[in-house]
Ligand binder design. Structure first.
Ligand code: CIR
Length: 255
């Protein structure tokens, strides 16, 4: 059986300065955020994943959100150029950590792309064209992975959606979790869709490993829908990480 590995990164004490579209009513509690991250890593282990954690970088308040720094498939890691300039210094440590396991390709300026905008389902990459991910970034993704048999399908995101995977995430070979009233289901023709009620949109971001799904614990109706589809749930707390616009897929790179 193929071992799934996850690269994760510790939360720096500067996490209180992480990017956020709205300032939280309550400031971020870094100790609580670190506890949430620990529970998340334990959930990955419970799903059979081999987890690596690399050191935080104080100069990069958002460095826990490793998903945005690379897109990995078939042993190749495209190291991205994140769309927020403050996040671009996050990538060298990620490239170094992945170099023993993956062939490394780096995205060049001026292209930008956040991994949170990239959803892989089988041999298709759905890519959000967002405030973070540019046309040039999408073109670079295509240049990198099309020769390996991947199709790239761009999706223009509404301005209020940070990343594609804030509203849709993959649950395996042919299934996705999609927030109601976000993107048209017609964009994902041929896939089985598990619907997330509008008032639980945050829970549309879940991490699937085989039949296991790590899901935000504060959203019971979404959990019921995923369980009814036959998956095993691993609910984890997300209160603090959410204050920095973080969710679940963004805290790991699976390869
Ligand atoms: C940011 O704005 O870049 C971070 N505060 C949150 C990034 C979350 N990443 C993701 O959902 N892929």
């Amino acid at each position: 059986m193929t071992v799934v590995r996850a690269l994760t990164r510790h939360i720096p004490s500067t996490f209180t300065q992480a990017l956020a579209r709205t300032t939280p009513a309550q400031p971020i509690d870094v100790a609580d955020a670190r506890y949430e991250h620990l529970v998340y890593r334990q959930a990955l282990v419970a799903c059979g994943v081999e987890v690596t954690v690399i050191v935080a970088d104080l100069a990069c308040p958002d460095c826990v959100f490793v998903e945005d720094t690379a897109v990995i498939a078939d042993g190749l890691a495209l190291i991205t150029r994140p769309g927020a300039p403050s996040r671009q210094p996050e990538t060298p440590a990620i490239a170094e950590a992945l170099a023993t396991a993956c062939e490394i390709v780096r995205m060049d300026a001026p292209a930008t792309l956040d991994g949170g905008d990239v959803m892989r389902v089988g041999r298709v990459f759905y890519v959000g064209r967002s405030a973070r991910t540019s046309e040039a970034g999408i073109a670079m993704l295509e240049r990198t992975f099309a020769p390996r048999g991947y199709q790239v399908v761009p999706i223009v995101l509404p301005a209020d959606v940070l990343h594609l995977k804030c509203v849709v995430s993959p649950l395996g070979g042919d299934t996705i979790l999609l927030a109601d009233a976000s993107l048209s289901p017609a964009l994902f023709g041929g896939l089985r869709i598990i619907r997330v009620p509008r008032d639980e949109t945050y829970a549309a971001n879940a991490v699937a490993i085989g039949e296991h799904v790590i899901v935000a614990q504060e959203f019971p109706r979404t959990q019921d829908a995923i369980a009814a589809a036959g998956f095993t749930l691993h609910p984890v707390p997300t209160i603090e990480v959410r204050k920095a616009d973080g969710s679940l897929t963004c805290q790991s790179l699976l390869y």
